[in-house]
Design a binder for this molecule. Structure first.
Ligand code: ASP
Length: 413
């Protein structure tokens, strides 16, 4: 049986197991944790080595700047689309209408402590080893880019280090493939655990917000993302989605786009035909700053909370929500629950009660799984667009059916 079929089967069987025998779900949880730990183990060495090699492959500084600008602009544009879809769905569906919560006497305002300038200053790691130990992806990206540029500047002398990291990165790709063999079992265990915790009784009162977020994810994934693949890149959206199906199943079950990163990079290289240079630059950046699903969710969630507390929002409030959700999604780490925490920023900006977060928290995992999946689709879409624009997309690989067992042979050839 092919790997992706096994993963989807693991997902479905996990839901069935967790729903029918919730009392046993705790026993399989360690298998899920083992899987998550194995992917997390790959992140730092994989990003560092592949990005360093990728940067040295782009010895033209102008090209690097162009790729960076394109990536960043596309990430911002897709996020803005996502949040607009979220607000539209929140307005049409009215997920919080009729809940009639009372506004708490004094809502506990939590201030975000990091300012814009501190965020920029912190991009440079004071201690790169510490950045790696803490898994600070943005700092690792900056460090790898700087070393890559410097290695290019020293010419022949830089070759041994580049060759070393080149073979190190190959080793990391192989390790990713080996870890993926465990995915069906890991996904089964994670889904069994989640399903055992969220029975129908928890889901029903918040059913509309769950429907709203899932609908928003579906619309953004099909219209904005798959649509861009079809109409801007002029490629098959079906082949695109099939190519990243492994990453999507892992994103859905782990609710972490950073955690899924090794698998996403692998899918982009092997199934979509994106060059190593582009995938190792655009994807780690995306997993850190590009969160379409999270931005869309914050729009729906903010409107849900306003409606639940019967608070009317003005047009200016909507504009503020768009701006803060974009920032909050950029600031969210690609880990489970990050988007919920960053929602405080959005609520504070328009004076909505932060207590509303407690209502959503009950179902947040279910919402997180969907928004993380869309976050990953968004990263892959931009990667394909940038690669295509740079002439670094191998369309023969893209057009092969990734569910075809001969693909890996063809991709290697
Ligand atoms: N879990 C999401 C992710 O990893 C972030 C979020 O909580 O929205 O992409």
């Amino acid at each position: 049986m092919k790997l992706w079929v096994k993963i989807i089967l693991g997902l479905i069987l996990g839901v069935i197991f967790g729903t029918l025998a919730p009392q046993y779900a705790g026993y399989v949880k360690p298998v899920g944790d083992l899987f998550i730990n194995s992917i997390k183990m790959l992140i730092v060495p994989l990003i560092f080595s592949s990005l360093l090699v990728g940067v040295t492959g782009m010895d033209d500084i102008k090209k690097m700047g162009r790729v960076g600008l394109k990536t960043f602009s596309l990430y911002l544009a897709t996020t803005a689309f996502a949040i607009t879809i979220g607000l539209a769905i929140g307005t049409i569906l009215q997920p919080g209408a009729g809940l009639d919560y009372q506004v708490p006497a004094k809502s506990a305002i939590t201030q975000s402590s990091s300012t814009f300038s501190a965020t920029i200053v912190n991009l440079i790691p004071k201690n790169p080893i510490q950045a790696m130990a803490e898994g600070n992806v943005l700092q690792i990206i900056i460090f790898a880019i700087l070393i890559g540029i410097s290695l290019n500047l020293i010419g022949k002398k830089g070759r041994p280090v580049i060759d070393f990291f080149d073979s190190f990165a190959e080793g990391m790709y192989k390790l990713t493939a080996l870890v993926m063999e465990m995915a069906p079992y890991g996904v089964f265990a994670l889904m069994a655990f989640v399903s055992s915790k969220y029975g129908l009784s928890v889901l029903l009162p918040l059913g509309k917000v769950v429907i709203g977020v899932y609908l928003g994810c579906l619309v953004h994934a099909t219209v904005t993302l798959a649509g861009s693949i079809a109409f801007i890149a002029r490629l098959s959206p079906v082949k695109f989605l099939k190519g990243i199906i492994d990453a999507l199943a892992v994103a859905y079950s782990t609710a972490s786009s950073s955690g899924t990163l090794p698998i996403t990079i692998r899918c982009a290289r092997k199934n979509l035909g994106v060059s190593d240079n582009i995938s190792s630059f655009v994807l780690p950046l995306g997993a850190t700053i590009n969160m379409d699903g999270t931005a869309m969710y914050q729009g729906v969630a903010a409107l849900f909370i306003a409606q639940a507390y019967n608070i009317d929002l003005t047009f200016a409030n909507y504009v503020t929500i768009i701006a803060t959700s974009t920032l909050a999604s950029i600031g969210s780490a690609g880990v489970p629950g990050a988007g919920l925490i960053m929602l405080t920023l959005v609520l504070n900006s328009v004076g909505l009660p932060v207590e509303g977060i407690a209502i959503i928290a009950g179902v947040d995992r279910i919402l997180d799984m969907a928004r993380t999946t869309v976050n990953v689709i968004g990263d892959c879409m931009v990667t394909v667009l940038v690669a295509k624009g740079e002439g670094e997309l191998n369309e023969d690989i893209f057009n092969l059916d990734p569910t075809n067992p001969d693909l890996s042979k063809a991709a290697k050839a």
